[in-house]
Design a protein around this ligand. Structure first.
Ligand code: C2E
Ligand code: CA
Ligand code: CA
Length: 624
């Protein structure tokens, strides 16, 4: 499988191309080896030439010496004929060109030429010329000169060269098949290494490295236009944790196959992390086409996947970014697709989100808030406001809801609607919630000591806090530390939180109730509690969500009335939140709602203001 399948023009090679080892084995090395052998052969031939030439020269010297001895007498007596006879046996000397005897005056005395004809003297390199003096009793009476051809030397040299060539050829004949076999083995090993280095072993998809290389490759093509989809499975962790890793792997394989089918020829799919996949759609003609593929991909995962242990659902969150429409480079492309993915997860998962530039600002702000919130929490820079809750006459404070506040040095008060979700996601909510609980318990205990009549203190609790094993201990410790009676405290839970795991929620609620603490359901009507569950929840109060109250009195009456009678039926009190005008209050009182809370009667305020407000209320009721 090649992830670099698509190419335009010369861009076929893999990015970051490295030469394969196999390709370097073979031709080059054989050429080098042959060159080495040839050089060695030339050296050997030269050596051989020199040795043969020396041997021939020595042989000629010996011959010249013998002739010199034999012609001594003839030279002394000036007997040319006898000298010529002495030279005659030289016709056996194959390489001889001429033999000449000179007298003491340097005059030619006698000479012998094979065949009787003088041959033209060849170039110096082609002949050997030697001399031997003719001595008589220590006196030089002449000299003998022999000129030899080098024919036998050449033949010998040629034979030697042929022998060397045959040796080289033989060596090559042995080596070539070995080289060829090694080359194919190395090539195979390289292919296997390549596969391992670029392939995810579980899904057989291109791995992170391969996917990013492919992305770089696509971006480097002329007129590149592509969409990057980052995909994160929504429930993979649950499958892995509850059904085990082999089920997790099986799911990943099935998901990979589904993704490949959904993407088809439009692009490539890679696995870039545990449950993260990347899809590169290139070349891309229209943005719409990328969105269509993304939606098809999302749809292909919205089906149950049959695993050995049973069926599981694996929806995915998908972030999409288009180059060069949205971003200028690969780093930005990845981070923007990631931002879009984050938005998809935050927007409730199981969806495709197309990147928009505003998201970057939102992500940056979020990241900054996260950092600053952590610091604020450490520095105890948060504070708690209290919103009073009234009976339906609107005159009597019956309790307060603790609402956390973050006075930010630059942005003023940051809304809990913005920072509570950050705290929940990062887990900071556990510490934050614990702190709010302690602060609120202390404040209210202080009010009671200051003479305020008993009221209830409602504290909001997040899902994440409930999952914390030590949560109930935190609550009882806050009560004990502040010496606040348990029946003052009321915890506000949301429906969705309780429905996440009904059995665990019921058990938890029973423990809370056993500690004497009351429970109310916040934002009632916006979640999806089924009435049958409501019956089994050990709760004390329902809070009608502000969105219903706001519609009153003209609209929303049916729902508000239904919630009030539901509360009645289950023996629960009902509190309406977000009451902003008198007409709403009138309607709620007439409908039999127990308590109200809202800007009409009191906004969230600092602890000191609550005390002042209470003092003013008790003065006015005393005056009345
Ligand atoms: P919530 O629990 O539903 O709190 C009520 C919200 O409605 C508060 O917003 C309050 O200021 C606002 N509100 C009260 N009366 C009115 C009204 O008449 N009109 C309008 N328009 N708004 C009204 P706030 O304080 O911004 O809190 C927002 C949310 O943040 C809360 O919603 C709650 O879910 C969360 N929250 C606040 N404090 C904490 C906390 O200490 N712990 C946790 N876990 N969540 C908190
Ligand atoms: Ca609340
Ligand atoms: Ca609420």
């Amino acid at each position: 499988m090649s992830i670099f399948r698509r190419s335009r023009g010369a861009a076929r090679s893999r990015p970051g191309d490295r030469t394969s080892i196999a390709s370097t084995i073979g031709a080059g090395q054989i050429v080098a080896a042959v060159a080495g052998l040839v050089i060695a052969s030339v050296v050997l031939l030269a050596y051989q030439f020199v040795s043969l030439r020396n041997a021939s020269t020595n042989e000629a010297r010996v011959q010249a010496g013998i002739i010199a001895d034999n012609v001594t007498a003839s030279l002394m007596f000036g007997d040319r004929e006898a000298a010529a006879d002495m030279l005659r046996p030289l016709h056996f000397a194959t390489d001889l060109m001429s033999a000449t005897v000179y007298d003491s005056a340097g005059q030619r005395f006698v000479s012998y030429v094979p065949g009787g004809q003088a041959q033209p003297v060849q170039d110096l390199a082609g002949t050997i010329r030697v001399e031997a003096p003719v001595d008589y009793r220590g006196r030089k009476i002449g000299r003998v000169e022999l000129t030899m051809k080098m024919t036998s030397l050449r033949v010998g040299l040629l034979r030697y060269a042929v022998f060397l060539a045959l040796t080289i050829a033989g060596a090559l004949a042995i080596v070539m098949p070995i080289v060829r076999r090694t080359r194919s083995r190395v090539a195979r090993a390289e292919r296997e290494l390549d596969y391992l280095a670029y392939t995810d072993p579980v899904t057989a998809l291109p791995n992170r490295r391969a996917t990013y290389l492919r992305l770089e490759h696509e971006l480097a093509l002329p007129d590149a236009r592509l969409a990057l989809l980052l995909l994160d499975l929504d429930n993979f962790k649950v499958v892995n944790d509850t059904l085990g890793h082999s089920a997790g792997d099986e799911l990943l394989r099935k998901v990979a196959a589904a993704l490949r089918d959904a993407v088809g020829d439009a692009g490539v799919v890679g696995r870039i992390g545990g449950d993260e996949f990347a899809i590169i759609l290139a070349p891309l003609a229209r943005r719409g086409a990328a969105l269509e593929v993304a939606e098809a991909v999302a749809a292909s995962l919205r089906v149950p996947f049959p695993l050995e242990q049973g069926e599981v659902f694996a929806s995915a969150s998908i972030g999409m970014c288009v180059y060069p429409d949205d971003v200028a480079g690969s780093t930005e492309l990845l981070s923007s697709a990631d931002t879009a993915l984050y938005a998809a997860k935050n927007g409730g998962r199981n969806r495709v989100v197309d990147f928009r530039p505003e998201m970057t600002f939102a992500t940056q702000r979020r990241a900054r808030l996260e950092r600053e919130l952590r610091k604020a929490l450490e520095a105890q820079a948060l504070c708690v406001y209290y919103q009073p809750q009234f009976d339906c006459s609107g005159r009597q404070i019956i309790g307060v809801e603790a609402l956390v506040r973050w006075p930010h040095p630059e942005h003023g008060f940051v809304s809990p609607a913005e920072f509570i979700p950050i705290a929940e996601e990062t887990g900071m909510i556990v510490e934050l919630g614990r702190w709010v609980l302690q602060r609120a318990c202390h404040d209210v205990a202080g009010w009671l000591r200051a003479g305020m009549p008993e009221l209830s203190l409602a504290v909001n609790v997040s899902a994440r806090q409930l999952r914390e094993p030590g949560f109930i201990d935190d609550v009882t410790r806050a009560l004990a530390d502040s010496a606040l009676p348990a029946e003052i405290l009321e915890l506000e839970l949301t429906e969705s939180l309780l429905m996440e795991n009904v059995d665990a929620a019921i058990e938890f609620m029973q423990q809370i109730r056993a500690a004497g603490i009351r429970l109310s359901i916040d934002d009632f009507g916006t979640g999806y509690s089924s009435l049958s569950y409501l019956q089994s929840f050990p709760i004390n109060q329902l809070k009608i969500d502000r969105s219903f109250v706001q519609l009153l009195p003209q609209q929303g009456e049916t729902i508000a009335r239904a919630i009030i009678s539901l509360g009645r039926g289950f023996g629960l009190t009902v509190l309406a939140e977000g009451v902003e005008d008198q007409a709403q209050l009138e309607w709620l009182r007439a409908a039999g709602c127990d308590y109200v809370q809202g800007f009409l009667l009191g906004k969230p305020m600092p602890a000191a203001d609550i005390l002042a407000r209470f003092a003013a209320d008790s003065r006015s009721s005393a005056a009345a």
